[in-house]
Design a binder for this molecule. Structure first.
Ligand code: PLP
Length: 419
């Protein structure tokens, strides 16, 4: 047992606990792009945690901002008319950065909660507009939208949707790379029944898949033509990961809502939210009526907001969005060196600081544990990568990584595959 005396009682997300309970990788501390285990051995954080640690680890500036806020007002809620200055300032700042007119910012404690917030808001918006039949939610195959109720219902990764009994029936999935399938689905269901379409700009958990050229612009147009709300899930893509603040700027998109989380605090504290365009928010902010009966306890938590504000300061001051844009080609080039490897089927990337090395199916066939052994072999050699879709090693490093460290990351992946 790697975790000290006694059997572990910690149930890990997405883990096969029968195996993990006796064999854990315990991270002890972190600094910049490096993690350290309890023996002091260091590992390059090739994934920035779960795609979130955009400014890197060990930023005392964020720690100090949170400590200072905690000494002043540790926590207080924002239901009804209660407010606090860090939450107000964060909303103002995010509103100014969001690619939409007069964005309103609904804060949550993570990505999945933000998805469910956006889905409920979409349905309520239509109900308030006098079209209560517009309840259908459309998403893409291979998409990941968190593990809450509605996020599970619209999950595009099959395995994440099954085994839980009946989910929301009004959910449809379309191909992730074919805009015409969206058009056909809206026609089949009837536009008057469709509330919203959810899309990650770059599919993350479903295998790190950049969009086909023109795809996102086309689906945005199809949504507009059918009066369907377009909701960008930028939980991974935001705060520099795709080179912009909300991850959709590079395609010139102006979604009706954008969900965000992760990089907004670089993971220092749990935070998510929804940027809501005036089209949707006006129905609630400008007209009297019943409130949006929804919201987690910690919405607008002042100490979490302080972490986000300090994180935004770092992203701005160190020009990390531009840095991400500079690094996306070197990352892709470093991974492309593996494209000719006999074990490699495909290298994906080049759109943001996200990349995947997919392993040949016939090498993985008949040995279910091989891809995990590859990932562990990479880790033993000093770098963290993730396994996604059962066939790909995926990276999404902190935006502060150097080109030399990107090369080291690719070399370590190669060494792990060879092993
Ligand atoms: N949406 C996307 C695109 C994600 O990648 C994730 C998490 O990885 C989520 C939503 C869910 O976020 P959380 O794990 O914070 O609930």
């Amino acid at each position: 047992m790697a975790t000290g005396s006694g059997q572990s009682r910690l149930w890990h997300p997405f883990a096969n606990m029968a195996e993990v309970k006796d064999d854990k990788f315990v991270v002890d501390r972190a600094e910049g792009v490096w993690l350290y285990d309890r023996d002091g051995k260091r590992y390059l954080d090739g994934t920035a945690g779960l795609w979130y640690c955009n400014v890197g680890h060990g930023r005392t500036e964020i720690v100090d901002a949170v400590a200072e806020q905690m000494r002043r007002l540790d926590n207080y809620f924002t239901f009804n008319d209660y407010s606090n200055e860090p939450a107000e300032e964060l909303a103002r700042r995010l509103s100014g950065l969001a690619p939409m007119d007069e964005a309103k910012i609904f804060l949550t404690t993570g990505g999945g909660e933000s998805i469910d917030t956006a889905a409920k808001l979409a349905r309520l918006y239509w109900a308030r507009r006098g079209e209560p039949e517009r309840t259908h939610l459309i998403s893409r195959r291979q998409s990941y939208h968190g593990t809450n109720g509605l996020g599970t219902s619209i999950a595009g990764i099959e395995g994440n949707r099954h085994g839980f009994g009946p989910l929301v029936a009004e959910a449809t999935r379309v191909a992730y790379d074919d805009a015409e399938e969206l058009r056909a689905a809206i026609e089949r269901i009837g536009a008057e029944k469709v509330a919203a379409f959810f899309a990650e700009p770059v599919i993350g958990a479903g295998g790190a898949r950049p969009p086909e050229p023109g795809y996102l612009e086309a689906v945005a147009k199809i949504c507009a033509e059918n009066d369907v709300l377009f909701i960008a899930d930028s939980v991974i893509g935001g705060f520099g990961r795709l080179g912009g603040w909300f991850g959709v700027e590079r395609w010139g998109l102006r979604p009706d809502m954008i969900t965000f989380a992760k990089g907004v605090t670089s993971g220092y504290l749990p935070l998510g939210g929804v940027a809501v365009s005036a089209r949707v928010s006006d129905v609630f902010w400008e007209a009297p009526g019943a409130p949006f009966m929804h919201g987690p306890t910690y919405s607008g938590h002042p100490s979490v907001a302080a972490a986000a504000l300090a994180n935004l300061d770092i992203l701005e001051r160190e020009n990390l969005l531009a840095r991400s844009r500079e690094l996306e080609k070197p990352l892709h080039d470093a991974l492309l060196r593996l494209a000719d490897h006999s074990a490699v089927a495909e290298v994906r990337g080049g759109t943001g600081l996200i990349g995947a090395v997919e392993i040949e199916a016939d090498i993985l066939a008949g040995d279910k544990g091989l891809i995990t052994r590859m990932q562990k072999a990479v880790r033993e050699r000093g770098a963290i990568v993730r396994v996604l879709c059962g066939n790909a090693l995926v990276v999404s490093p902190p935006l502060t990584i150097t080109e030399a460290e990107l090369t080291l990351l690719a070399d370590t992946i190669e060494a792990g595959i060879n092993a």
